[in-house]
Write a protein that binds this ligand. Sequence first.
Ligand code: ZN
Length: 410
Amino acid sequence: MRLVHTDALVLGDGAPILDGAVAIGDRGEILDSGGAGEVLPRHAGAPIERVRGAVLPGLVNAHTHLELSALRGRVPGGSGFVPWVEQMIGVRSELRPEDDAAAVERAVDELVSCGTVAVGEVTNSLAAVRALARAGIVGCVFHEVFGVEREPLERRVAGLQAMVAERVGTWPTADLAYSATPHTLYTTHPDVVRRLLAAARERGSRASVHVAEHPAERRFLEKGDGPVAEWYEARLKLRRDLLEWPGESPIAFADALGALAPDVLAVHLTDALPAELDLVARRGATVVLCPRSNLHIETRLPPLLALRAAGIAPALGTDSLASNASLDVLAEARALHDRFPAVPASDLVGMATWAGARALGRTDVGRIARGARPGLIAIEGDVGADPCAFVLKNVRAPRRWISRRGETVS
Ligand SMILES: [Zn+2]
């Protein structure tokens, strides 16, 4: 057992403690935490490390697509979602498989070096599963499917387990929960959406779906036309008269399909209206925001103030490197801090830690609490009166692991 005595202990799930201390067991488990004046005497004789700065729990990046990491800096944004996807498909087709594989390894290294302990990884190829397990990163792997034609999509879903066996082999760790999950409500047949959500729920797993990300999504779901319908015709050669749409808003449709629930991560909600957010809150839905990705693709931010007014405490994700400059979820909190200065810094740091852990269904990470194994990171410097503001102002300062989760993974 060892002690860390720090100028500020940022708990993740509560107000930071100035002049705090934490006792850590051999496997990275938190044995005790609180004010240094109380914690240190309780464990007299144990070795003490002094940190001049802030200590915080490992970060939780609740929405990533690591298989797109080779696209970093290569997909221009600013023209909306459909042009971005079109560019992404073009750039991706020029990459070699070995570029992809190397970029996934580098991406996992980046997650570790910025202090990440857990992810919600959305994947088509399962390319990052073994690398995540090797790095001791926990969380959820959302095996994503899409397709608007029911029968081919059902065949794809039926083949997912064989794909896992072929690409991953024996699942490397129970600390990465697996579930099949729909891409979006306009790219995945509604019968399959319902079934995937029900299957995940039955197994006690989370699912994840992109919802209300952009105006073209709303236009298609409500009216059946606009950039998404045009893209279906041009790219997928789907005949306009065969396209189906529900005639409902993204949020109403999500609700009809059972996608507004605590065990489904509703990712983005950038295009959600205040009245729709009230419904999201009433359903107790889990919300994940990806502000820097939204800025890159749509040049707009998620409606953080309206979300908070509705009583929603969102988690944060970086989305992929095809729409973001880094995989640092604390930089997402900083991006919100810059544009919503009235939101308390401690809430924003909580979004990158404890809210993310809850989104992924875990209580053992994202907070400094007895029995948790969150991994601890230190950011050195003068913490001042608001340690969370200090953390956000210093997102570019070096971070150092104080303790890791002490996992043994195959
Ligand atoms: Zn995404």
